[in-house]
Design a protein around this ligand. Structure first.
Ligand SMILES: N[C@@H](CCC(=O)N[C@@H](CS)C(=O)NCC(=O)O)C(=O)O
Length: 220
């Protein structure tokens, strides 16, 4: 039996969605973020050394890292969501699987962190300096990079209904988290194709079931 080690408000939601799409039996073990630090509880380190979510166990197999989990699940339980190796859809699948956590998420995290720095409580005489540094990083690096990435995705989604062509694949599940987080935080008016794509996958029955099963999730 598969067990998903699920942290509230996290990337783990996309694995829950995948498990519902696969219609394969699974259990959930729930973990709660610390209310102040928003970090995961230390119990997660008993499952995998890094203590992050998502992580799954399947019998004596443990798989961490969203992309690796999706690869494992679609190759083991859901061939429909895994394009034929050697096909152009498969090359596209590999690309978007890596792109989500390798290129897009780091930019979004940098923005999140420096936005937080600007709004964190600190002595009044440090605030202008902290703000100046944060704005410099945001204006010269994170924001332009995010804009370029989102324009690229927007253009891609103007040409096809799912990331790798006409059907849902594991790559869509992997891309769902950064895109729905972006739409939830910033709205979708500048990126109508991304906004429509997010609405489309969020309306899927499996996605809705996953929301019910997973508890707190701010990005749906
Ligand atoms: N690249 C990893 C990132 C895992 C990750 O950072 N997960 C976050 C939740 S979205 C987490 O566990 N945060 C809690 C913590 O860092 O303590 C993946 O895609 O699985």
């Amino acid at each position: 039996m598969i067990t998903l080690h699920h942290l509230n408000n996290s990337r783990s939601q996309r694995i829950l969605w995948l498990l519902e799409e696969l219609k394969t039996p699974y259990d959930i073990t729930f973990y709660e973020r610390d209310k102040v630090t928003i970090l995961a509880p230390k119990e997660l380190k008993k499952i995998h050394a890094l203590g992050k979510s998502p992580v799954i166990t399947d019998g004596d197999i443990t798989v961490a890292e969203s992309g690796a989990i999706i690869e494992y699940l679609v190759q083991t339980y859901g061939k429909d969501l895994y394009p034929q190796p050697g096909s152009s859809e498969h090359r596209s699948y590999t690309y978007w699987m890596h792109y989500a956590e390798g290129s897009l998420m780091p930019q979004m995290l940098i923005k999140l962190i420096f936005d937080k720095v600007k709004n964190s409580p600190m002595p009044f005489f440090i605030k202008p300096v902290a703000r100046m540094i944060a704005n410099k990083v945001l204006d010269s690096y994170a924001s332009p990079n995010i804009k370029t990435n989102l324009a690229y995705i927007e253009e891609h989604l103007s040409q096809q209904s799912w990331f790798c062509g006409d059907t849902l694949t594991g790559a869509d599940i992997q891309m769902s988290f950064p895109l729905e987080a972006m739409i939830a935080r910033e709205g979708g008016s500048n990126y109508p194709n991304i906004a429509a794509y997010v609405r489309k996958f969020q309306a899927r029955p499996a996605y809705q079931k996953a929301l019910e099963a997973g508890g707190e999730y701010d990005y749906a």
